[in-house]
Design a binder for this molecule. Structure first.
Ligand code: SF4
Length: 498
């Protein structure tokens, strides 16, 4: 096959022939010397008959199905790309390869017409030493103290960071664990990040906490037990949401929560509904009326506390206010734990059968919980030398991305660009194609990245205009060796007006 991007031409972009058929891969600083028929240390490059080849095919995303055309076959040897419409084909960085050192133009710089505008997409596989993974685990349960070390196979790979609303958060990876500790710490960290980004399950233990298995898009396993529900809200919010539905069926409701426990009759919601005080007082520190902090210790029990007996958080039942027969409901923020009782003549709580109307509201709390999931967001700094493969004047690219003129995607998935300096992007790994990520043993993570912009802008940015190849030529040359998948309809088309 001939053409500007034939296999032969692409192989010349990477690597140098040495004696005895050995090829030196220069796609990363490891500079593997690869014997014929063998692969390099990362398995991403191999020596095929004396030529260095990328072992995975380039991934093309096709909007055919969306546009009513049949999807093209995968890597058919006799296929010349004819069925792919250039205007609806997106060339991803998956399998594109990496040029190193960075001053070389990126492996693929593709021009195409989109809605009458000539665009350029610069496509590469970035090698990210500065990258990490933010993990969101939808559970109330206390997995470990904030800032505690998160370990895989005994090595610290990250830490517990600030909890969000209904979710525990981990920060995994980052340059300090990749480069700042022992070789083993770096390798285990890299491997954990690669698995998390590839939506594989990773078991982690938290110092002073528990074991959790995290897998993007799946429920977490806490100490081997799958989590089912993400809470409806904090204890105070739960009181606020359901107060009216409890009115007339109970005299007091306590929603147990490690952060903000709600007490209905003291809460503004109960007051507005005209509910009289119950005299049931909870432990902990009062924040505002009906909202209590620290009613117990954090744990795997009710509402992320360590309690299994809800009555343990009742500090006092005031005999001047409480009355025999008072109906009390205690529930967790997911409705998974609930306890109903009445006060006897001595004002002692006595468990009783939960009335159907009260049960219905507890069930509604459960109904309003979303499924508990793990989310994995890959965060990477593309603000460094990778930019030189795009333009000779990297700061212009940074400014263009910041201004929103150049769109950044990872495997076609939209990336959130952090404000401020550099090009720090964050992407949901489940929106990216499968097998998007790789690694090199430096250690660092390899991820696809694409910069899309109008051609005129690319030229103004000092882009490598001489390396631009039209999508028609690219498809003719590479389609037979490409992997073709449908464009993910939920992802916005990266080109203007798309
Ligand atoms: S580790 Fe991979 S990318 Fe780096 S030189 Fe070796 S084969 Fe090439």
């Amino acid at each position: 096959m001939t053409g500007p991007l034939s296999v032969e031409a692409r192989s010349k972009q990477f690597g140098a022939a040495e004696g005895d058929g050995i090829v030196r891969c220069d796609a990363c600083p490891i500079l593997c010397r690869i014997r014929p028929g063998r692969a390099g240390a990362c398995a991403r490059y191999a020596n095929e008959n004396g030529q260095l080849v990328r072992t995975d095919p380039v991934l093309l995303l096709d909007r055919a199905v969306e546009q009513g055309r049949p999807l093209v076959p995968f890597a058919r040897q006799d296929w010349d790309g004819e069925l792919l419409a250039p205007a609806s084909t997106f060339v991803t960085g998956v399998g594109a390869g990496t040029t190193y050192p960075d001053y070389k133009p990126a492996p693929l710089i593709i021009s195409a017409q989109h809605e009458g505008v000539e665009t350029v997409t610069v496509v590469t596989e970035g090698i990210f030493s500065y990258c990490d993974v933010k993990v969101k685990i939808d559970t109330d349960r206390h997995l470990g103290p904030e800032t505690a070390a998160v370990r895989v196979a005994g090595e610290q790979v990250g830490h517990v960071t600030t909890a969000e609303y209904g979710s525990q958060m981990f920060s995994i990876g980052g340059v300090r664990h990749l480069t700042g500790g022992s070789k083993k710490e770096g390798n285990v960290t890299c491997d954990a990040m690669l698995k998390l980004c590839s939506a594989e399950a990773v078991e982690m233990t938290i110092d002073g906490g528990h074991t959790v298995v995290v897998q993007a898009g799946h429920a977490p396993l806490v100490d081997g037990k799958p989590e089912a529900r993400m809470r409806v809200g904090c204890g105070s919010a739960t009181v606020g949401i359901f107060a009216k539905q409890w009115l007339g069926h109970v005299d007091e409701v306590i929603v147990v929560d490690d952060h903000i426990t709600g007490v209905l009759t003291e809460h503004q919601a109960g007051k507005v509904l005209g509910m009289p005080p119950s005299g049931v007082q909870v432990a902990g520190r009062k924040s505002t009326p009906g909202r209590y902090f620290q009613v117990a210790n954090p744990g795997l029990g009710w509402g992320g506390t360590d309690i299994t007996d809800p009555l343990a958080i009742i500090r006092k039942i005031d005999p001047k206010v409480a009355r025999p027969g008072l109906r009390l409901l205690m529930t967790s923020t997911t409705g998974e734990d609930a306890f109903y009782c009445t006060l006897d003549e001595q004002l002692k709580p006595v468990e009783a059968e939960m009335p159907a109307a009260v049960r219905a509201v507890v069930e509604r709390i459960g109904e309003n919980c979303e499924p508990s999931l793990c989310s994995v967001l890959f965060v990477a700094g593309a603000g460094g030398s990778l930019r030189a493969g795009v333009t000779e004047n990297p700061v212009l690219l940074t400014r263009s991305v910041a201004a929103g003129e150049t769109r950044v995607t990872l495997g076609g998935a939209p990336a959130y660009h952090w404000p401020g300096g550099g090009i720090t992007v964050m992407v949901d790994v489940t929106r990216m194609p499968r097998n998007s990520f790789g690694y090199v043993p430096t250690p660092a993570i390899v991820a696809p990245i694409e910069f899309s912009m109008p051609r005129k802008l690319y030229e103004r940015l000092g882009g490598h205009a001489g390396a631009i190849v039209s999508i028609d030529d690219m498809l003719r040359s590479l389609a037979a060796e490409a992997r073709v998948e449908p464009w993910a309809a939920a992802n916005p088309w990266p080109h203007r007006g798309g």
